[in-house]
Design a protein around this ligand. Structure first.
Ligand code: DAT
Ligand code: MG
Length: 136
């Protein structure tokens, strides 16, 4: 019944000191952090993670941004963890995202929306393998 999802606190979130806020929300919800690391991504890892967006016009900026400074990568576990974290995060566009969500409370720009959460269990399996190979 339990699922795993890949959560990233992106470089804007780390730079702005929002790591504690995001972790607090995950923990208060009852989800469990089962792996966590602060790291700066190389371009190949970033491109692999965002492969589904490789043809989009913003792909170059996306890779540049996500590799620009340290991020926090974690594996979060719990019942319906994928959907549960997406609900905590809010919508991709922070302005459309309800207050009370991470993006709704902390961001204004689509390109700097504080967190990533896998969008399905297929995506989470793929993404967890990129960030934490051999761990799960
Ligand atoms: P999400 O992060 O909500 O899963 P996504 O997978 O569609 O959203 O896009 C991945 C990231 O790419 C998103 O968090 C921010 C960036 N992005 C998406 N759409 C964008 C756009 N129209 N302009 C600039 N950046 C965009
Ligand atoms: Mg996505």
């Amino acid at each position: 019944m339990s699922e795993r999802t890949l959560v990233l606190i992106k470089p804007d979130g780390v730079r702005r000191g929002l790591v504690g806020d995001v972790i607090g929300r995950i923990e208060r919800k009852g989800l469990k952090i089962v792996a966590m690391e602060l790291r700066t991504l190389d371009a190949d890892t970033a491109k692999a993670h965002y492969a589904e967006h490789s043809e989009r016009p913003f792909f170059g900026e996306l890779v540049e941004f996500i590799t620009s400074a340290p991020l926090v990568a974690m594996v979060v576990e719990g019942p319906r963890a994928v959907e549960a974290f997406r609900a905590l995060a809010g919508l991709t566009d922070p302005v459309k995202s309800a207050p009370g969500t991470i993006r709704g409370d902390h961001a204004l720009e689509i390109g700097e929306n504080v967190v990533h959460g896998s969008d399905s269990t297929e995506s989470s399996a793929r993404e967890i393998k990129i960030f934490f190979p051999d761990r799960f």
